[in-house]
Design a protein around this ligand. Sequence first.
Ligand SMILES: [Fe+2]
Ligand SMILES: [Fe+2]
Length: 321
Amino acid sequence: MFDLKAFEAVNWNRSQHELTKVFWDQQWKQIWFPEEIAVSKDIKQWQDFAHQDTYKKVLGGLTLLDTIQTNIGMNEIARFEPNLQEKALYTVFASFEAIHAKSYSYIFTTLCTNSEIDAIFDWVKRNEYLQYKAKRISDVYLSIKEGDEVTLWKAMFASVMLESFLFYSGFFFPLYLGGQGTLRNSAEVISLILRDESIHGVAIGFFAQQRFKQFTAEQKEQLTVWAYEFLLDLYHNEVSYTNDLYAETGLSPDVKSYVRYNANKALMNIGFEVMFPDEEVNPIVMNGIRNEGSTYDFFSQKGSTYAVAKVTPITDDTFRF
Ligand SMILES: [Fe+2]
Ligand SMILES: [Fe+2]
């Protein structure tokens, strides 16, 4: 028996959605490699830094999320996305996720001993909240059915939740410290990751919105209920994770405000109503957000040569219609 469905070639000459190219170009213009950031300049401060344990766990947790986003998230969404241009775009995003996942190891290698690093990767496997988050998101990614728009949309929703919301309990600490001149080079690596996540959240959110429009009123209603329940469950887990992770720093309340702020941003990316009331977010970290993606020199301390990364400013609002 032959499958009569012909293999189709990706045709970039035919404009399917103008924004696919915009997202593609922006992502490539932002290419960066962690080795080009002078993380070794942080070594001196690191040696006297009081919260090494929290910092290492933060980076360990982020490594797990970026590993999943590379190996499962973007790959599964790209695999089932029927539009060949979008499929290619998600494959490119996956490459950047691989850079992100690798960049934390670069910071570890620069600042920590081998046995410390082993201990962190072991902690990642043992932390129940981190594993719960990884499992809930991965389960949605791994439930996409061939030709099924609903499960594909759910995976895109999960992806936006991961990239625009769940990463931020971790991003908080390096941004908070970097904004005060502590471990600034490591913070710069994080700011470059955040700049990519900003595109991913907006892009995947945008295409998910196009998909959502095609659903029936009943489907929309069911998916909306599912989405808020999913988000709420992830939020409760995130609160526990934050309390656990930041216990010794006294920063938990600030991190949780930041997490709620970003949960609202994730909902906006996907075209849903925000869920949490407006509240004050720590100004040091907010300063980081305002600079997000605007220029390369986020903390004014540059890596070596980065001409290619000096890109046109992009913010979440750039692609909001
Ligand atoms: Fe990432
Ligand atoms: Fe991403």
